[in-house]
Design a protein around this ligand. Structure first.
Ligand code: SF4
Length: 718
């Protein structure tokens, strides 16, 4: 019996794994039962309940694969696979230098793996080009949190704190489908009529505002920023701001007040479609809940819907500005937070996978940070490369000639970018042009299928390590079952490769040793894990910063001061901008992408679980019946979506809960059903976040002979 946490999202629901006595030791016989852990309080969603089945799917990778002269992948020994990698790297280094190699990591890797992957890139490969798929998840909220508060911790308070609030403003997060056990934390605000949901769709979460439980604000996609500026306008214009808090704790108020002065509710209504009256009611509900006005507390929370835009950092900055105007951050029972998505989206961005960071959230450009980390690694600081580039820029280098600064070899760990990256078709073509693509995974994901070398690796119940949840709590993941023979831990893979490449620093494959090294490397940094051990993470509710063995950890940050040099938060004026891919006559609808209840991220794991696959086997496109009628589309028939970049296909489903100018498609599916074939790779200038959430599309029935013929010829061309 092993107490652990769900392998999927950042809620990290507590669960217990049991190997029944009389059955085989196959992983699928593992019994999953929920535990009474604060984030899930005994609840699990369908993904968590079925999580053990992924370990034993029929196409589980159990031997390395090498691409042969016939162009197919063939089973190989570990010795041959590792030799193919080191031989390929040496050829590329000799011809093009160290910077012709790139690394792409994942927000699902344990802290120990994220840390070691960053070290492997900088010390063994000596390339600056490492980034990870968290760039596609939380980077806008991280950038906005850093510039406002001087620190990025998704929730700077325990999730359970939400229960006491009178009001919660939830922007772009469909908690009811993405993390259902978290709904219990919204029930207090709901009971008090204070759940405010901002979403262009009437999602299951938005429906929770019915019966006077709150308000649903349904803006045009890409206009959350205008909506937030309008709410802040009302707060200042109608005397709802907490002026005493602003005076004591915040800089930059005057500039923001001047900026929002031009966003009166009727103007916001014209741009967003949200009635001015509703906007005023929302602002007053939030203000009444704020402690400065005698309320029990209020929270402003953002999710991917508000963040995944080419102006995502500014949108989150506006959300933080609203929270500051109301006097919420750093006050017990109130605050601003980001609902992190991936299982280790928080820890994964703290310990060196990001292009510009070293462990402990240290900047790789800071000489003192370089010296500290180099000393822990036992190398000369001069040996460490400088900052790389964010994921979309890194992917633009992939497959280009080395003479043009291109990347000729890429390692992919814990990610499936062929499905999850924006403009995924273009990335797929670039990956095919690489000299060496190495993918480590537990199943043959769409990205693994393009690789030259595929490495079968352990997952979740087969390994130990730590994860950091959405609230900054460090959790222990304990090994419950042996992996299949032939499967290896990525820590072992990097140790072996580093040794064969004569890396100038030792690498360990023992997660306890790696965590001890991570603790030393992060000590004194922003995300300080100096006092974290596996034993403490198992035993205690341990939140970072936790600088020493004696330190109890920090459940709530900012209570006394913000993490800026002077301890004051920075309120920053931001301007609204149009979406990067605006509507045109040939693309008259906005496509919004997102998740559904049954699937997780690229779907590489959940699409292989029979119950989940049965519940949603293929991509759907949700549209208003009025839109469908205008376009001559029948429910349940194939639909063709065309953006500036590509064509995708999905099955039509109708909903009156979506705006008639918007369609919605989940991004979990592969091949022609990939929503990310359509999405826009334009990025936020600060965070590098792509414009995932809005792109202009033409939508037409594919249920005609001509459309079927067009699709067939596109398939042939592809
Ligand atoms: Fe797992 Fe997230 Fe579902 Fe909890 S909510 S069971 S962590 S996928």
């Amino acid at each position: 019996m092993t107490d652990t946490h769900c392998p999927y999202c950042s809620l990290q629901c507590g669960m217990r794994l049991t190997v029944p006595a009389q059955t085989s030791d196959r992983a699928s016989s593992l019994e999953v039962t929920p535990r009474d852990f604060p984030t899930n309080a005994g609840g699990l969603c369908a993904k968590g309940w079925t999580s053990a089945q992924v370990l034993d799917v029929p196409d589980r990778l159990t031997t390395p694969l090498l691409r042969g002269p016939d162009g197919a992948l063939h089973p190989a020994s570990w010795e041959d696979a590792l030799s193919a990698i080191t031989g390929g790297l040496r050829d590329i280094w000799a011809a093009h230098g160290r910077s012709a190699v790139g690394v792409f990591g994942g927000g699902g890797l344990t802290n120990e793996k994220a840390y070691t992957l960053g070290k492997f890139a900088r010390v063994a490969l000596r390339t600056p080009f490492i980034d990870y798929n968290g760039r596609f998840c939380m980077s806008s909220a991280a950038a906005a949190g850093n510039r406002a508060f001087g620190l990025d911790r998704g929730l700077p308070f325990p999730l359970t704190d939400l229960a006491g609030a009178d009001a919660i403003l939830l922007l772009g997060s469909n908690v009811a489908e993405t993390m259902p056990p978290a709904l219990r934390h919204l029930s207090g605000a709901r009971e008090r009529g204070g759940l405010l949901v901002v979403d262009p769709r009437r999602t299951a979460t938005a429906a929770l505002t019915d019966d006077e439980a709150g308000l649903h604000l349904q803006p045009l996609p890409g206009t959350d920023l205008q909506l937030l500026l309008g709410l802040t306008h009302v707060v200042f214009a109608e005397g709802l701001a907490d002026t005493d808090y602003l005076r004591r704790r915040v800089d930059g108020v005057g500039a923001v007040r001047r900026e929002v002065a031009q966003w009166w509710p009727e103007r916001v209504e014209r741009e967003t479609g949200v009635p001015a009256d509703l906007l005023r009611r929302a602002a007053h509900l939030l203000a009444a809940a704020a402690p400065g006005r005698g309320g029990a507390g209020a929270y402003v929370l953002t999710g991917r819907g508000a963040e995944q835009h080419a102006h995502g950092t500014d949108t989150v900055t506006a959300a933080i500005g609203l929270a500051l105007a109301l006097g919420l951050p750093g006050v017990p029972g109130s605050g601003y937070g980001c609902l992190t998505g991936q299982g280790n989206g928080q820890g994964g961005r703290e310990h060196g996978q990001k292009a510009d960071q070293l462990p402990g959230y240290r900047s790789i450009g800071d000489p003192a940070a370089r010296a500290h980390v180099a000393q822990v690694w036992g190398v000369d600081p001069e040996l460490l490369p400088g900052p790389g580039v964010p994921a979309v820029e890194l992917f633009k280098k992939v497959g280009r000639p080395a003479a043009e600064g291109g990347i000729r070899a890429l390692f992919v760990h814990g990610a499936n970018p062929v499905v999850s990256a924006p403009d995924a078709g273009a990335l797929e073509a670039r990956l095919r042009r690489l000299d060496l693509l190495v993918v480590a995974d537990l199943v043959p994901s769409e990205t693994a299928q393009l690789a030259d070398v595929v490495l079968p690796i352990t997952q979740w119940a087969e390994e130990s390590g730590t994860m950091t949840s959405l609230e900054g709590r460090i959790l222990a993941r304990h090994k419950a079952i042996e992996p299949p023979p032939g499967v290896r831990d990525e820590l072992w893979v990097w140790r072996e490769l580093a040794a064969r490449l004569a890396a100038p620093a030792p690498f360990s494959d023992d997660p306890h040793e790696v965590l001890a090294e991570l603790a030393r490397a992060s000590a004194g940094g922003i995300a300080d894990y100096g006092g974290v051990t596996m034993e403490r993470a198992t035993r205690e509710a341990l939140y970072w910063p936790c600088p020493s063995a004696e330190h109890p950890g920090t459940p709530r940050v900012f209570l006394d001061r913000f993490a800026t040099p002077d301890g004051r938060a920075r309120m920053l004026p931001v301007s609204a901008a149009p979406v990067a891919d605006d509507l045109r006559p040939e693309a008259p609808l906005y496509l919004v992408t997102g998740r559904v209840l049954e699937h997780y991220q690229s779907g590489a794991q959940t699409r292989r679980v029979p119950q989940l696959a049965r519940a949603q086997r293929q991509a759907t496109v949700t549209m208003h019946p009025v839109t469908a009628d205008r376009l001559g589309i029948e429910e349940g028939t194939p639909v063709r979506l065309t953006s500036q970049r590509a064509v995708a296909v999905a099955t039509a489903v109708f909903s009156t809960g979506i705006r008639p100018d918007v369609v919605f498609m989940p991004f979990h599916f592969a091949g022609r059903q990939r929503a990310n074939l359509l999405t826009n790779p334009t990025t936020d200038p600060i965070s590098g976040m792509p414009e995932f959430k809005v792109c202009a599309v033409d939508v037409a029935s594919a249920d005609t002979p001509a459309a079927r013929l067009a699709l067939l010829s596109e398939e042939a061309r592809a």
